[in-house]
Write a protein of this length. Structure first.
Length: 757
């Protein structure tokens, strides 16, 4: 039945416009009234036409933004009447047409009014509804607009002005510059071994920033895809200084394709973050009254589905210390040597060295990665010959000590690699026919021996203290040495059984004071002052015989040394001197679309994504890119649908409404997951493989002509661990130690080192 339009109305003073229209049609079986389920033919690709058709409106039926009036328009088609009301407020002239658009980019309102009105800045609201009898079919709630989307378009010949208004958060999202909000850039963590790294959860941080700087009502729809993913101090860095909230979103949720859009909050709006596509085939409520829908085309979108999606995450972090590295090394011919080199604490003894009948043993102790004590001792078999009373005498000593040296070092607690004091002790023993043997206890490290000793003929002890400037370099080194100068023995020329033991008689002291001073222009002045005590003979003036020794102290001046080199300094890293490094195994998964994939392969890198979240995020991305069934429905009434709503036709992508006197036409685009060619849930994440031609590897042990190394081949999606192999990598350079990482490349089928650090 054709549409018959009539219009009549009167004007009442006021600001705004109201339009009332009615339509009659025969009730359709299965029709719904806002939210009640309706039957709809499930025809793929068909165009469904409603029972009403549109014709041009009667001239003279207009809306006005200056005067309020109601124009009843009755569409007579039999059955219950359909009444449409439209309200626009805040406009400077009579409304001719209006168009409302709500997409994921935000809301816009285009209005054309009669008259020429320049660039006045109005506050405009729009509202529309449709009723059948006392029941509301649907409505467009009050929407408020306070900003121009573009300059008004004034058409002189047509005597009309076109306005475009916007309602979104673009100013807050793109016009705000954030300060630095990452905590470790504001307050770095103090050095520690292993390091105590600050973490910043990505999801919670982004939500907090959006609420603080953009919209306090911001919400994230669809759950948290990142889980416990975080930025980590010193490993996965990020900075907000100078960026906008939109850039923050693009660097995080935007990498998943999520968008920032608006949702209704009263007559205003709130900012929400959501996925632009439905993630499940589950249908929502039926929100369409089919008998007022005149078009219903369906289109398949398939070509955007990639053949596969690769997702790369943050990698698996291992704080590599000596026990972990030794566990990775496992059985090795050099296991004992490697343990001695890598373990930060322990005592070791070097293999004895032999020269003739002399044997030298060496033991040392390491604490917190620093050598704190070292002992060296030598034993020998000696035969002593001497003529006494004209007779040749001989005496043999077995396994007696001839020398002993010990060095102990104390390190700064706040700077573990920096020595603050050192003590060195050395002793030597001699043996003769009258030597009375004694004992000396060696208290290690490693060398816990009771030594047999003879006559102490040399003993020296040096104590060194180190002082440092506030800038960290060595400022003073004070070294004091006490040495045995002379020895004595009772009756040294008497019979062997009457000779006394050899004992210490006189000592000398030497003090060396070294200072480092900056001399300007990048030069350093090294000033050394030495005070030495020596023993000189005292002679009898009459007989010229030396009667005794006297101590003489002398100061030996030295000219200052000027150098362009800085004085010694030490790394105050708490891990200095011990093995500790961070190893990051790259992580990733690959999810194939199989025969359902038509587009190019995609790779998405999320540098902060926890490896445990990789399979879920890869599946999510494939779901968002999966085949879609897009339905566009045109309806002859306003609608309350907005982007993101779930309905029986899928997720709403876009809503458009066009209004003119007595008529509102809505066009809604729905997108649903299309499972005709399979569902994304039928594909699962698989292993990711690293580049086989080049990469990085961790050295485990040395080998002739190369190194044994831990090479990462990829990432296992099932176990959530790196796929590794024990590889031999050829190298021409020496000095690459276990625990270091090397770059390698494949040359003629052989792995070769290209660089090391």
């Amino acid at each position: 039945m054709p549409l018959i339009l009539t219009a009549a109305g009167g004007q009442v003073p006021g600001r705004g416009a109201t339009l009332t229209g009615q339509a009659r049609t025969a009730p359709a079986r299965g029709a719904t009234l806002r939210g009640v389920a309706a039957s709809r033919p499930q025809v793929r690709g068909a165009t469904l036409t409603g029972q009403a058709s549109s014709r041009p409106l009667t001239r003279g039926a207009t809306l006005t933004g200056v005067m309020r009036h109601a124009i009843p328009v009755e569409v007579i088609a039999g059955g219950l009447p359909l009444s449409t009301q439209q309200f626009l407020n805040g406009l400077p002239g009579e409304v001719m047409t209006w168009a409302y658009t709500n997409t994921l980019a935000g809301e816009t309102l285009d209005v054309t009014v009669a008259g020429l009105y320049g660039t006045a800045m109005p506050n405009v609201t729009v509202q529309a509804s449709a009723q059948q009898g006392d029941i509301t079919i649907d409505d467009l709630p009050v929407r408020a607009f306070r900003h121009f989307g573009q300059e008004p378009k004034v058409e002189l010949g047509a005597n009309r002005t076109s306005f475009r208004f916007i309602a979104d958060f673009r100013q807050q999202l793109r016009g705000v510059r954030l300060p630095e909000l990452v905590p470790w850039h504001l307050t770095p963590s103090p050095p520690a071994c292993p390091p105590k790294r600050q973490k910043l959860l990505v999801s919670a941080f982004v939500i907090d920033v959006m609420r603080r700087y953009v919209d306090p009502f911001f919400t994230l729809q669809g759950g948290n895809p990142f889980g416990d993913s975080a930025w980590v101090e010193g490993l996965i860095d990020y900075s907000t200084e100078g960026i906008t909230p939109q850039q923050l979103w693009d660097d995080t949720f935007g990498l998943l394709g999520m968008v920032l859009t608006t949702s209704r909050l009263g007559s205003g709006q709130r900012l929400i973050g959501l996925y632009p596509e439905a993630r499940t085939p589950d249908a929502g409520p039926d929100r369409i009254v089919e008998r007022w829908a005149t078009e219903w085309p369906e289109v398949q979108e398939r070509l955007q589905t990639p053949m596969s999606i690769t997702v790369l995450g943050a990698g698996l972090v291992t704080e590599l210390d000596a026990p972990t590295l030794l566990d990775w090394i496992g059985p090795d011919p050099a296991r004992a040597e490697l343990e001695r080199e890598l373990l930060p604490d322990g005592e070791w003894v070097d293999p004895d060295t032999h020269e003739g009948t002399a044997t030298t043993s060496r033991g040392w102790q390491r604490v917190n990665g620093q050598v704190v004590r070292e002992v060296t001792l030598t034993t020998d078999d000696l035969t002593v010959k001497e003529t006494v009373d004209g007779k040749a005498r001989e005496r043999t000593f077995r396994r007696v000590a001839t020398s002993y040296a010990e060095t102990s070092t104390t390190f700064d607690r706040e700077c573990p690699a920096r020595p603050v004091a050192q003590r060195t002790v050395s002793r030597s023993w001699a043996y003769g026919l009258s030597t009375r043997l004694s004992s000396f206890q060696s208290l290690g490290p490693g060398l816990y021996h009771l030594l047999t000793t003879g006559d102490l003929t040399a003993s020296e002890e040096t104590r060194t203290t180190f002082e440092y400037s506030p800038q960290g370099h060595l400022a003073r080194e004070l070294r004091v040495t006490d040495a045995l100068g002379t020895t004595q023995q009772a009756d040294p020329e008497g019979p062997l059984d009457q000779r006394g033991p050899v004992t210490a008689r006189e000592w000398t002291r030497t003090t060396q004071d070294t200072r480092y001073l900056f001399d300007g222009a990048g030069r350093t002045r090294r000033v050394v002052s030495t005070t030495r005590q020596t023993l000189v003979p005292l002679f009898d003036a009459e007989t010229n015989d030396a009667v005794r020794l006297v101590s003489v102290t002398r100061t030996l001046p030295q000219p200052p040394e000027i150098s362009d080199q800085s004085p010694p300094s030490f790394d105050c890293d708490p891990c200095a001197g011990r093995l500790h490094r961070t190893v990051v195994d790259p992580s990733g998964v690959v999810i194939p679309a199989g025969d359902a994939g038509f587009g190019e392969e995609r790779t998405v890198t999320l540098p902060f994504l926890s490896p445990s979240q990789l399979p879920a995020v890869a599946s999510l991305l494939m779901t968002l890119a999966w085949h879609r069934l897009v339905t566009t429905v045109t309806m002859h009434y306003p609608t309350s649908l907005e982007p993101g709503d779930m309905t029986s036709l899928g997720m709403v992508r876009e809503v458009k409404m066009e209004g003119s006197p007595g008529r509102v036409v809505s066009t809604v685009v729905f997108s649903a997951l299309d499972t005709l060619y399979g569902a994304p849930s039928q594909v699962s994440a698989g292993d990711w493989r690293a580049d086989p031609k080049e990469g990085r590897a961790l050295v485990l042990a040395g080998r002739p002509g190369g190194v044994r190394a831990r090479r990462v081949l990829g990432w296992a999606a099932g176990t959530g661990e790196a796929i590794v192999e024990d590889a031999f990598i050829r190298t021409r350079s020496a000095g690459i130690r276990p625990g270091e990482e090397v770059d390698w490349r494949r040359v003629n089928g052989t792995l070769e080192v290209t660089g090391a650090r």
